[in-house]
Design a protein around this ligand. Sequence first.
Ligand code: GDP
Ligand code: ZN
Length: 461
Amino acid sequence: PMLASKGDTIVALATPVGTSAIALLRVSGPLAEPIARQLLETVPPTSRTATRADYRDCSGALLDDVLLTLFRAPASYTGEDVLELSCHGNPFIAQKILEDLVARGCRHAAPGEFTQRAFLSGNMDLAQAEAVMDLIHARGERALAAANQQLRGALGRHMQALIDGLLAALARVEAYIDFPEEDLPPEDQDWLSEQIAKLQVSVSKLIQTNHYGNILRAGLRVALLGEPNVGKSSLLNALLGRDRALVSPTPGTTRDYLEEPLLLGGYAFRLIDTAGLNENPEAIEQQGIEKTLSLVDEADLLLLVIDASQPQPPTLPDSVVSALTPDRALLVANKTDLVATRSTTPLQSPSVLSPQLPRIATSALTETGLDALRAALVSHAESFHVEHGAELIAINARHADSLSRAKDGLVRALTQLRSQAPIELIASELRDTLDAFGEIAGRVDNERMLDQLFASFCIGK
Ligand code: GDP
Ligand code: ZN
């Protein structure tokens, strides 16, 4: 059963607190219309028409010149009567109006409560509600495209196709439950195995889009690693096009780490400049190096920077060497400008490293090779993109969790089917799978889970 909205009227500032041209407040619930009528002091306003009004508080004091728009239920974001108030973007005015609306009977909205009401009213499914959040936080065209597709119901439609396929299988199984003495005829058995196996393949493909989804939502983490003084900070600055990291001729200047956002090819990257890796660090650097090792674990891509002008290959901790695999790491031979002038020095590369490691020659000083480095970053991000028909689908961690439970259910159902297990067992696995499918787009009747989900939203959304 659908959970009912709480029935009271909520209010929140929908724009950030601060000085701006305009601030927007939103009211949703049964008081929206009476409040609009009070403020206009006349006839009920026409739906979806902006009307100018003097905003007088309950005591009659004039606060601001506002624009009111009433969206009558059900044609509103939340599906309830919604009143939008635009006032001047002065946080003091917005606060006074907010307090006055509370005095008129509204309650401060909890984070995500408007969207929660939109979901509860059936205006959007759960995946669409999440997409609202993705849209608000999207940094980069790719994340934006994925959020927009999800908001337009791409994932919900995809899930519906899976649900339909599963229901067809379940119907075939249920037809035999009432006849326990009968075995499934071989042709039904074959059809079912094939159907369940097909669903399993689709689910696995969908699960694979989670990594791409994480990259779109959180940004792709790129850690710059290497010995002190090889030019990590200089490369970071060159990629950013501005001086952000401290560059110093003294080794070991970057003691902790520094993270900077970078937008390239429609992708949001998080460039992380780490403390230098060194076999025999001074005591003071030890902490930074431990941090570096944990950053190595968390990064999506590792850039091992070496000084191409040094005849000595670097010494690296074993834990770092084992993380430097061709699918996750790139060797950046920096300071090639010095190699050119001392043309005898060969390009050094640590012999412990995989020869398959892609490599790029750069000079942070002359900016040689930086375009190639940028292209490598973008193509790494692109390599996580799992083709999914025409639509860009990139699921989140919650979806992945439900889908992996669904997949387990399908695997068990298939095993049972092949081992001639009782038909009730197979039906029960398929029903569990159906529940897991249902969690993605909605039909969730777990109130606490919903509260948790919407609590991660921002206030006013
Ligand atoms: P980090 O310790 O790895 O972060 O290295 P830095 O970026 O602090 O650079 C150390 C020194 O090398 C500084 O004096 C930089 O100016 C210099 N450096 C960095 N990259 C290059 C380069 O490509 N060519 C030359 N010639 N010097 C560089
Ligand atoms: Zn540095």
